[in-house]
Design a binder for this molecule. Sequence first.
Ligand SMILES: [Cu+2]
Length: 145
Amino acid sequence: MDRRAFLRAVGPTTAVGLAGCIGGRSANTDYDVGMGAKVFRPQELRVEPGTTVTWLNTSKQGHTVTAYEDTLPEGADFFASGGFESEQAARDAWGNSSDGTLFEGQSFEHTFEVRGEYPYFCIPHERGGMVGTVVVTDDPETTEE
Ligand SMILES: [Cu+2]
């Protein structure tokens, strides 16, 4: 068998195998920040302005994604799972009825337009250190500011 005939023979099989593999992976990795038992992974995410970030609860516990309102960049929108208008509203709603909780497999999205650092936390696990940061920068590949 010459090389071309060999490629024809194995080509389609290889392509199908790869496509299946990629498809399977994207189903599980179609998010930017995962939520573990008491942790956001990665803890710091760097993105360009205009990026929509997706959080996915990859654990069995319920979590929230709630911005620290006082430390948002100037002009930036507040964000919180449950769609609350303020950090206090999110805290109150969670305290009253666990509103805003993301259960296993549920996701939350927010689009970041304004450059700067966005610290956020999980209401039930804040004291356990479940906090994270989204950094919106023109140069997300660099970790130097
Ligand atoms: Cu949590």
